[in-house]
Design a protein around this ligand. Structure first.
Ligand SMILES: CC(C)(COP(=O)(O)OP(=O)(O)OC[C@H]1O[C@@H](n2cnc3c(N)ncnc32)[C@H](O)[C@@H]1OP(=O)(O)O)[C@@H](O)C(=O)NCCC(=O)NCCS
Length: 189
């Protein structure tokens, strides 16, 4: 992490989208090559990304020697699902240049996003990843994220949640709900 500067809470107008797009393409490209699973992000242009994220998105970038080496995006939304009703901060586009991975850049960006959400009165973080993206899952689970929901979106995905002030749901309920939804997903045509 030496020489790595984390830039907090950028609004779309201040984001270097072309640089971000480059990091995302490198990172997701490596993932697609390794897992063979199609990544929609990889095939979006910088303009598509900007349009999809909308004006409310908040960006976090990790810079090293003046270059973007890591990125993530945060959006606030209101959830009404079995594990939470109320405001939550959704993280997406978590990507670190392959040459810089394993140096705690993603975890540092994510901790900065947790702090930002908490400063804005939101203690529930959520994110989704493909079921076979074991590398990303390891990072999220190291940070304390819990599996809450399987879902389909360009293949099988898993939603994770983190309660930064302590999870209100018991492990038994969480595991049972996750397992039930997984069975339903497998049996649904
Ligand atoms: C997933 C990703 C963002 C992780 O970024 P990162 O900066 O390498 O993650 P970190 O260094 O913060 O990892 C945290 C932990 O995971 C471990 N880890 C990360 N990459 C690893 C690897 N390739 N092999 C083994 N362990 C790894 C780290 O050692 C660290 O463990 P520790 O806390 O015990 O030391 C990055 O691999 C990436 O960009 N992947 C491609 C895009 C992608 O899949 N994004 C997520 C989509 S939801």
């Amino acid at each position: 992490m030496e020489n790595t500067e984390i830039i907090y809470g950028l609004k779309p107008a201040d984001v270097p989208f072309a640089a971000l797009d480059e990091v995302i393409k490198e990172a997701y490209g490596q993932e697609e090559k390794e897992t063979g699973v199609y990544s929609r992000r990889l095939h979006m242009s910088a303009d598509d990304l900007e349009a999809e994220l909308g004006p409310e998105a908040v960006f976090f970038t990790a810079m090293r020697d003046g270059e973007v080496v890591g990125t993530l995006t945060l959006r606030f939304q209101t959830l009404t699902c079995w594990y939470h009703q109320g405001p939550a901060a959704r993280l997406s586009l978590i990507a670190v240049r392959p040459a810089c991975q394993g140096q705690h850049i993603a975890s540092t960006l994510m901790r900065a996003a947790h702090q930002y959400a908490s400063d804005h009165g939101c203690q529930v973080m959520i994110l989704g990843t493909q079921m076979n993206n074991k590398r990303a899952q390891r990072v999220y689970e190291h940070l304390g994220y819990l599996k809450v929901r399987p879902y389909r979106f360009d293949g099988l995905n898993v939603e994770y949640a983190l309660w930064t002030n302590g999870c209100p749901i018991g492990a038994f309920k969480r595991k049972t709900q996750y397992a039930l939804r997984r069975v339903r997903l497998w049996t649904k045509k």
